[in-house]
Write a protein that binds this ligand. Structure first.
Ligand code: 1HN
Length: 340
């Protein structure tokens, strides 16, 4: 006799799922990843050990991925961000390609390295921030003497989840240099903005002009000026956001910040829906949660997940670089913060 299937089985066979068995929605965010600290020294040593075996030709790039311990095998830092540390040795070239994932890079060390982004060749020094919009050609090279290391932050997981990956290799390892270092900075400086040329195009168009590099020397001068005003914010100390001079964040999905925390200054408790990756550019800080605290030394990297309440204290005078998915939250109405 034919066994009649249960209601549950027939629902499943019809490619349906009963919502009445689904976990209830969360009352507040509970991040899929917890906070996490990476030691720069450890990453650098592992990359140097790997370097004789892995060349930039073998791998797309010589990168150690900062993979959240809560997202094993995902290759992701968080549900929307990818982060990795890249090593390029003197004389090496990381060949030109482009893709629909957008990137920023923050330089740890390695004077003499350069990046060509959208035809402009920019030199890289400690603390510089590099912008690599979606679908923009880029290659890296190194004409200096010491290994170059930088942090890559990309919106890879987001591009993955919306099924919008595109990638292309160039037939030339190094792209033609059309503009020398400083071209894009000059076009946007002195309180002027071009109305002719490429600059008037919308940020969605490719091969537009934008600032390739925010040099640390300049950003640090602005931060000094803000800190010398002695009006520190109780939740942030002194903070600057890097902006696209045409308006808004440096990338549609990623914001970047530079923050000063003086020695012994403690910020008040703060939480928000952004997921933030923090790098200590100078000095040493302590990050305190209600159940744990962490000490971060120069170049160390830290992940602050959504809705985790924290405060920061300068162990010494400290400067922090950070990047977050805030623009994504703001543009979708999901930005939320609590100053407690
Ligand atoms: C990429 O193109 C680079 O160009 C670095 O240096 C890291 C991670 C995922 C996807 C593309 C680079 C990357 C990447």
């Amino acid at each position: 006799m034919k066994k009649t299937s249960t209601l549950e089985e027939r629902i499943k066979q019809a490619s349906l799922a009963p919502m009445w068995t689904r976990p209830k929605m969360l009352a507040k965010p509970k991040s899929k990843c917890s906070e996490q600290l990476w030691s720069f020294k450890e990453i650098k040593n592992l990359l140097l050990e790997a370097s004789p075996h892995i060349t930039p030709e073998d791998s797309e790039r010589r990168v150690l991925i900062l993979e959240s311990k809560d997202l094993p095998e995902s290759f992701f830092l968080s549900p929307t961000l990818f982060a990795g540390v890249q090593l390029l040795l003197p004389g090496e070239v990381a060949a030109a390609h482009r893709h629909s994932q957008a990137a920023i890079r923050f330089i740890f060390e390695g004077d003499g390295a350069y990046a060509s982004v959208g035809g402009e060749k920019v030199s890289l020094e400690k603390g510089d921030l590099l912008i690599n919009p979606r679908n923009e050609w880029h290659d890296h090279g190194h004409e200096g003497k010491i290994p170059a290391l930088w942090l890559d932050v990309l919106d890879v997981p987001l591009v993955d989840v919306v099924d919008a990956q595109f990638r292309e290799w160039s037939n030339q390892a190094k792209q033609e240099v059309n503009f020398t270092d400083g071209h894009s900075n000059l076009l946007f400086s002195n309180g002027l903005r071009a109305t002719t040329g490429e600059l008037f195009k919308s940020r969605e168009s490719t091969h537009q002009d934008y600032i390739r590099k925010y040099s640390y020397i300049n950003s640090r001068r602005t931060l000094n000026e803000l800190m010398s005003s002695k009006k520190l914010d109780p939740y942030k100390g002194a903070e600057l956001v890097y902006v696209d001079p045409r308006g808004g964040s440096v990338l549609p999905t990623i914001d970047a910040f530079l923050q000063g925390i003086p020695a012994k200054f403690s910020t008040l408790n703060y939480q928000s829906t952004e997921t933030k990756i923090v790098v200590v550019a100078e000095g040493e800080i302590k990050i305190v949660f209600d159940d744990k605290s962490y000490i971060l030394k120069e170049n160390d990297i830290f992940l602050i997940p959504s809705w985790r309440k924290y405060s920061m204290t300068g162990v010494t005078d400290a400067v922090l670089f950070s990047a977050s998915n805030k623009p994504l939250l703001v543009s979708t109405g999901l930005w939320n913060e609590v100053k407690a």
